[in-house]
Design a protein around this ligand. Structure first.
Ligand code: RB5
Length: 145
């Protein structure tokens, strides 16, 4: 089950992501927003990221104008590794190396056709583990400073 969230700038992409996920065989839960009326992206990022942080969702997709605001908010939550992704290579490596669990998309930055490929790559690439696990452990352990 994939958690989905967007602000007004990401609403249309989110609406298009839903049938894409269905066609790929994924289920999703939509946390809004539900129109292009202006809203505040932290409200949606917090809802979605708390679901990932608690383990209710293993993966989420957040969309705003740049992906950046959503990503900043999501990464405040424990166990969350959110990444703004603008290329297919970045989608691959943020899964392989960072085990990113939230994909942040900028609808005003990335064309829809590339967004499709980014989502497919993000959802089908497995974390590589090994030396990267040690690094992830350091992300979540502030006492390693
Ligand atoms: C909304 O205008 C815009 O600021 C928001 O979608 C996002 O890009 C913030 O990071």
């Amino acid at each position: 089950m994939i958690a989905l969230g967007a602000d007004h700038a990401g609403f249309e992409y989110k609406e298009n992501i839903k049938p894409l996920l269905t066609s790929l065989g994924y289920e999703f839960m939509d946390f809004g927003t539900h129109s292009t009326e202006s809203v505040d992206y932290p409200d949606f990022a917090h809802k979605v990221a708390s679901g990932v942080s608690s383990g209710k969702f293993s993966t989420a997709i957040l969309v705003c104008g740049t992906g950046i605001g959503m990503c900043i908010v999501a990464n405040k939550h424990e166990n969350v590794r959110a990444a703004v992704v603008e290329s297919i290579d970045a989608a691959k490596y943020t899964r392989l190396h960072n085990n990113a669990n939230i994909l942040c998309i900028g609808s005003r930055i990335i064309p829809w056709e590339r967004t499709i490929e980014i989502i497919k790559t993000f959802l089908t690439t497995e974390f590589e583990g090994g030396r990267h696990q040690k690094r992830l452990d350091k992300i979540h352990t502030l006492t390693s400073l």
